[in-house]
Design a protein around this ligand. Structure first.
Ligand code: URP
Ligand code: ZN
Ligand code: ZN
Length: 447
């Protein structure tokens, strides 16, 4: 049996911290505490004066997906490699429902691609067409451990949108069978009205991207989805929530779970004025300082449940200079910087690090049925963990990323990268260098 002891670390739990040793046997945590019984031949890793966190779960990535005017630049192989380098030991990505496919076929296709991943990977099932045969598949998928589904209230032009009545029908089935419905929540009618002035090809600068998808689009969608969650008794997970008003509305509905993203917490719409402003075109767009402040307050108040990267990266050449904002592929990378930039902010702002653990691993495990495997440092859980030297904070890290991308939205911001990353008992990052490692494992929900 392979055995590893992490000695003398400060363990950051969801509800406090404490100094303890962690004994890992094969891929799981076997024991924790002081004066443990250590089998002969156990390797020792000294973590004195270091923080030990559960491996991060990024609940929202898009590896190699087709998108208007492009395809996101990371594959499962390259994106998961970056993920590990930033402390993300599990990604939850999405299926792509191609024309004529059943939900199961879309899952099978994506599982094949996801096998290239070097971190663990789970898949949410996208429902981008409203057809009776697709809805009939939902109960069996949930029974088989694929419990989370995603719909879009917009992207009508891409043929991905469901209207609110259709979403309610989907939510009713998912609610009845104990699954979770994730929703990209921007109201399509509000977007259509707000975009009208920009369709003539005159105002094409990236700054107009934000104006064409106003904050009110989120408010309308979130309120409607809140009502749907009440009527259908379905947990609805609002992906990439980004506005003060959206958050305030979401907080009124007990069955809504709220995810926000690093770009809404760390950047504002000023970036659209920069020479590389086009690179920040993502949907929903970046918002005002007041929205960002409200999100940070929401984090402290517990009204935001998870932080996902919405990793959908593009290289500089993928978003050529001078293109009208309407034709720029939407999305930004962030899986590698998700945890390190947030950790640095939590330290700077003096926010309890247990809250960070809740937001970046524990709550996602809870919502997506991975409790007992992921999201906690406890005996029996997968040995996914990060060791961080608190003195290692730096603004100069971009050149050392393990990425194929040539642009990073967070370059120059403070970040605190893990020096060691352990995935299922295997040291996959050591001294912030990528080590040889085996493939990741496809996860299913345990609920
Ligand atoms: O701009 C983004 N976020 N692209 C990825 C797809 C989505 O809507 O999350
Ligand atoms: Zn989205
Ligand atoms: Zn997304």
């Amino acid at each position: 049996m392979k055995s590893l002891l992490i000695k003398n670390g400060r363990i950051i739990h969801t509800n406090g911290h404490g100094d303890a040793d962690i004994l890992i046997q094969n891929d799981s945590i076997a024991d924790m505490g002081k004066n443990l019984m250590i089998p002969e031949g156990t390797d020792i890793l000294d973590a004195t004066d270091q923080w030990v966190f559960p491996g991060v779960i990024d609940p929202h990535t898009h590896m190699g997906i087709p998108i208007k005017n492009g395809s996101s630049a990371d594959t499962f192989a390259t994106g998961s490699r970056s993920a590990l380098h930033g402390g993300v030991t599990t990604i939850l990505d999405f299926t792509v429902l191609e024309s004529g496919q059943s939900l199961q076929q879309s899952l099978d296709t994506r599982i094949e691609l996801a096998k290239a991943s070097v971190c663990d990977v789970g898949l949410h099932v996208n429902i981008t067409r409203f057809e009776p045969e697709l809805l009939e598949e939902i109960p069996l998928l949930i029974k088989n451990g694929f419990t989370s589904f995603k719909v879009f209230t917009t992207y009508e032009e891409a043929g991905m949108m469901l209207d609110y009545n259709q979403i309610e029908a989907v939510a009713s089935i998912i609610g009845e069978h104990g699954g979770v419905l994730m929703v990209h929540s921007e109201d399509n009618q509000v977007i259509n009205e707000a975009s009208a002035p920009y369709t003539e090809g005159v105002q094409t600068h990236p700054r107009f991207h934000g104006l064409s998808r106003p904050a009110s689009a989120e408010s309308v969608a979130v309120r409607t989805l809140g009502e749907i969650s009440n009527r259908s008794n379905c947990t609805i997970y609002i992906v990439h929530l980004n506005t003060a008003e959206g958050l305030s509305i979401a907080s009124q509905y007990p069955l809504l779970k709220v995810e926000t993203c690093p770009h809404y917490l760390l950047l504002t719409d000023d970036v659209y004025e920069q020479p590389d402003g086009r690179m920040y075109v993502a949907s929903p767009p970046l918002r005002k300082q007041a929205d960002q402040d409200a999100l940070w307050q929401g984090i402290q108040a517990g009204s935001i449940h998870t932080i996902g990267s919405d990793h959908c990266p593009f290289c500089l050449a993928d978003k050529p200079k001078g293109r009208p904002f309407q034709d720029i592929p939407n999305g930004m990378g962030g899986v590698e910087t998700l945890f390190p930039t947030l950790l640095a902010q939590f330290v700077k702002r003096g926010i309890n690090l247990s809250l960070l653990v809740q937001l970046t691993s524990h709550n996602a495990a809870q919502i997506f049925g991975l409790r007992g495997q992921k999201g906690d440092l406890a005996p029996g859980c997968h040995a996914d963990l990060l060791i961080v030297d608190p003195t290692n904070i730096s603004n100069d890290w971009e050149k050392d990323l393990d990425t194929i991308l040539d642009w990073n939205a967070y370059a120059g911001l403070p970040a605190l990268f893990p020096s060691t990353v352990i995935r299922r008992g295997e040291i996959v990052i050591s001294n912030w260098k990528t080590a040889t490692r085996s493939q990741g494992v496809l996860l299913k929900s345990s609920t």
